[in-house]
Design a protein around this ligand. Structure first.
Ligand code: DAT
Ligand code: MG
Length: 149
């Protein structure tokens, strides 16, 4: 099974949308294997978003991402990396269709609620950046066979 790194950003926490968003991911049948409620130190935010360093929006992005607690997670599922990108919708919520998390619940790129890895390499990198092995649970769920055959 594939794994992805997800983060409910400070606006999702402040707006009380953690339950709404987690409910969608659970209902899809994806399985949580790690979760941590934390305040991201500035250096970690900068490493996480290293690909955007130097861009005009970078300082504002780092300020937003470190402005309050976030929920960082690892989830598992069949083709979950692309599946979660579809469920999240486009980076700019105004381009994200209704039915997606960003399309339904957000207005602006700078307040787009959720992060999800964009490929297998970034998923591996991001999971290792935020979690130790002992924080990730390999567990069997009795309903697993009803989600994936
Ligand atoms: P995504 O989060 O969909 O993977 P990304 O990796 O291109 O998008 O950008 C990371 C985050 O940076 C994004 O969620 C919000 C912010 N961002 C990206 N482009 C931006 C822009 N043009 N203006 C403001 N913030 C931007
Ligand atoms: Mg990205």
């Amino acid at each position: 099974m594939e794994r992805t790194f997800l983060m409910l950003k400070p606006d999702a926490v402040q707006r009380g949308l953690m339950g709404e968003i987690l409910g969608r991911i659970e209902a899809k049948g994806y399985k949580p294997v790690a979760m941590k409620f934390m305040r991201i130190p500035k250096e970690l935010a900068e490493r996480h978003y290293a690909e955007h360093k130097g861009k005009g929006f970078f300082p504002g992005l780092i300020e937003y991402m470190t402005s309050g607690p976030v929920l960082v997670m690892v989830w598992e599922g069949d083709n979950i990396i692309m599946g979660m990108r579809s469920m999240m919708g486009k980076t700019n919520p105004q381009d994200a269709p209704l039915g997606t998390i960003r399309g339904d619940l957000a207005q602006q790129t700078g307040r787009n609620l959720i992060h999800g890895s964009d490929g297998p390499e970034s998923a591996k990198r991001e999971i290792e950046l935020f979690f130790n092995d002992y924080e990730i649970q390999d567990w069997k769920r009795s309903l697993d066979p009803w989600f994936t055959e």
